[in-house]
Design a protein around this ligand. Structure first.
Ligand code: NAD
Length: 257
């Protein structure tokens, strides 16, 4: 079978990078994206290690035109994006009365609207070939809330709703859409929260991890990035052809409560 092509947003760091490595190991063509200044080198190193074809494009998720150009470049090079993984995401933690308007707009833009713009751009080619996979890294916060995360919780709930709609629209064309809802994963995004909360609460970072972040997870461990990557790999296969419209929790039992 011809090699499939996967576009992963925010794939030069954290969860996205782990997903990229898992797909590289299986020989997929990869389109990397992210704002890290060494993103091009990170992408090239993964491609070199696994001997795969790749593109790196630092398109900003806040700029719809850049996203359309990214898809056009990728399609010119690889024909079709078979699997889109909407992973790029940002966070800001603040009580509602102090929540900066520009942070609200940015979180909705990166975590929710970029999934719409990219899905719309990859859709025609997926529909034509009657195969496609739209996978979005939502969050446990796509299903339940925590205080002080109004924009993030709204965006992640929004992307779960968007996923359900796309699953219905894609069903006649072999396109599936699913959201993965992880609990806390130890990445740059969470390291910042650990540092901020340690300073606010006068606790050590280990205490914040145990008493604040992992308080709601029945399994008191951070979720390994490899678990999320393995779920993405499965969703990309033919075996997952009837798994669609789901919000798949990998949250150590958090949302079971
Ligand atoms: P991370 O900060 O390590 O990676 C985020 C990636 O998104 C980076 O590559 C960054 O450059 C990219 N990005 C951010 N803003 C962008 C923009 N405007 N344009 C293009 N790229 C942009 O964080 P992570 O923890 O790996 O997060 C990945 C996804 O997983 C996010 O959607 C996040 O909400 C979600 N998630 C994370 C956790 C967690 O505990 N870390 C839990 C559940 C869900």
């Amino acid at each position: 079978m011809q090699k499939r092509t996967v576009l992963i947003t925010g794939s030069t760091s954290g969860i996205g990078l782990a997903i990229a490595k898992a797909f590289a190991q299986e020989g997929y063509n990869l389109i990397f994206n992210g704002l890290e200044t060494d993103g091009a080198q990170t992408a090239a190193a993964v491609a070199e290690e696994y001997q795969i074809a790749h593109l790196f494009d630092p398109a900003n998720m806040l700029h719809p035109e850049a996203l359309r150009t990214l898809v056009m470049r990728a399609e010119q090079r690889f024909g079709c994006i078979d699997i889109l993984i909407n992973n790029a995401g940002i966070q800001h933690v603040s009580p509602i009365e102090d929540f900066p308007e520009e942070k609200w707009d940015a979180i909705l833009g990166v975590n929710l609207s970029s999934a719409f713009h990219l899905t719309k751009a990859v859709w025609p080619a997926m529909k034509q070939q009657r195969f496609g996979r739209i996978i979005t890294i939502a969050s446990a916060h796509g299903l339940v809330a925590s205080e002080f995360k109004s924009a993030y919780v709204a965006a992640k709930h929004g992307v779960v709703g968007f996923t359900k709609t796309i699953a219905l629209e894609g069903a006649p064309y072999g396109i599936t859409a699913n959201a993965i809802c992880p609990g806390y994963v130890r990445t740059a995004l969470v390291d910042k929260q650990l540092a901020d909360q340690a300073a606010t609460h006068h606790l050590s970072e280990d205490e914040v991890a145990e008493k604040v972040l992992l308080a709601k997870q029945a399994i008191k461990q951070f979720i390994p990035t490899e678990s999320i990557a393995a779920m993405c790999l499965f969703l990309a296969t033919e075996k997952a052809a009837t798994l669609t419209g789901a919000a798949l929790s990998i949250d150590g039992g958090w949302s079971a409560q």
